[in-house]
Design a protein around this ligand. Structure first.
Ligand code: ATP
Ligand code: TPS
Ligand code: MG
Ligand code: MG
Ligand code: MG
Length: 325
């Protein structure tokens, strides 16, 4: 069964807005939102399209959480803490009430985890693929935003967590990593379906990092964005790229998969530039957050991205990351 549009909003979406007074119970034309005193708003939007960003069989609760999390990752990349979000859903013909219930249960769980509420949105039906769009709002101390453009020569390039699990997870879901154990495949699939936005790390990097972004298109492509915006070259040491045990097992069987690790995307880790004087603080922060923060390279005079193998020789890769066109 599928409820009518307004019935759906009242039944499934209004409860998600109950904690946000400015959302008026989703019974008005727009929401009212103010950042905390002394802070400024940070806004971002990402869209997920079935077949492009997720698989038709992805469970609705995980998909909802991924849609929210990719946006939280962009807020974290700027150093912002989440405040709230708008949700646009274009339901395809296969979506029924049970599916929507799973979807909104996923949102409810992550609202709790990350401390934000639904503020409003839009519900439409589409003859095309299921399409979800979230606009997330966050805030940070006035003037504190991290950007992609501040890296300096000699800064270290760091990444959070592990790189490549998301991209390998998609391969696992497509049946391309059958040589791995079931638990290794599941670990990678989980990384693809439910990324971990680094919401505590981002704000902690204000005053430490000279530049920051989140890795969504692939480490090479996104490191190249940092380099370009900062007017520098970025040099990445391939052996330093942090890999999970499951990813290492995948690479042991097929070293060619390293290209996927570097360019496949779906990581939602932060990549950031740290000046040498601040580098000792990164180990402390890593301890405090219980999150590995790994130096994978450095910024130098020049342009573009250079990736070096174990012997310091440049690797040549045809692709750098995901692009839609
Ligand atoms: N259609 C658009 N209209 C206006 N701004 C856009 C549009 N598409 C992208 N942008 C802006 O371009 C910049 C880069 O967007 P992009 O989507 O590549 O970054 P991202 O969200 O960090 O990456 P990803 O989409 O892979 O998660 C952002 O500032 C974004 O707001
Ligand atoms: C089914 C399926 N096929 C391929 C991919 C890989 N992929 C798609 S978009 C994107 C970059 C981020 O998106 P955007 O830049 O649009 O925010 C990546 C890495 C996927 N996630 N699911
Ligand atoms: Mg985007
Ligand atoms: Mg981003
Ligand atoms: Mg994004």
């Amino acid at each position: 069964m599928v409820r009518g549009e307004f019935d759906q909003i009242a039944r499934y979406f209004a409860p998600l807005a109950a904690g946000a007074p400015g959302a008026f119970g989703l019974r008005n034309d727009a929401a009212v939102l103010s950042p905390p005193p002394g802070e400024e708003l940070v806004v971002t939007l990402d869209t997920l399209v079935e077949g492009v960003h997720f698989l038709p069989e992805d469970p609705p609760d995980l998909l909802a959480r991924k849609a929210l999390r990719v946006n939280l990752s962009d807020l974290a990349a700027m150093g912002a803490r989440p405040l709230g979000y708008l949700l646009s859903t274009a339901w395809s013909s296969r979506i029924d009430d049970a599916w929507i219930e799973g979807f909104t249960n996923g949102l409810a769980a992550d609202q709790k985890t990350f401390g934000l509420h639904l503020l409003g949105g839009d519900t439409v039906k589409t003859p095309g693929p299921l399409t979800l769009s979230i606009t997330a709002f966050g805030s940070l101390p006035r003037g504190g935003a991290l950007t992609r453009s501040g890296a300096k020569t000699g800064d270290g390039l760091y990444v959070s967590g592990r790189i490549g699990d998301g991209a390998l997870g998609l391969l696992a879901l497509r049946g391309a990593l059958r040589h791995l154990s079931l638990s290794e495949q599941e670990q990678l699939e989980q990384a693809y379906r439910l990324p971990e936005p680094r919401c505590s790390l981002g704000p902690a990097l204000i005053g430490l990092a000279n530049a920051c972004l989140d890795v969504s298109d692939g480490l090479l492509a996104d490191a190249a964005h940092l380099a370009e915006e900062s007017g520098l070259q970025v040099i990445i040491e391939a052996p330093a790229v942090p890999l999970s045990d499951a990813a290492q097992a995948a690479l042991a069987e097929d070293p060619e998969l390293f290209t996927q690790v570097l360019t496949g995307g779906d990581d939602y880790e932060l990549a950031f530039a740290i000046p040498p004087v601040e580098e000792p603080k990164i180990a402390v922060l890593s301890q405090e957050l219980g999150l590995s923060l790994t130096r994978v390279g450095r910024f130098a005079e020049g342009a573009g991205v250079l990736i070096l193998d174990r012997g310091g020789r440049p690797l040549t890769l045809e692709v750098r990351g995901w692009t839609h066109f």
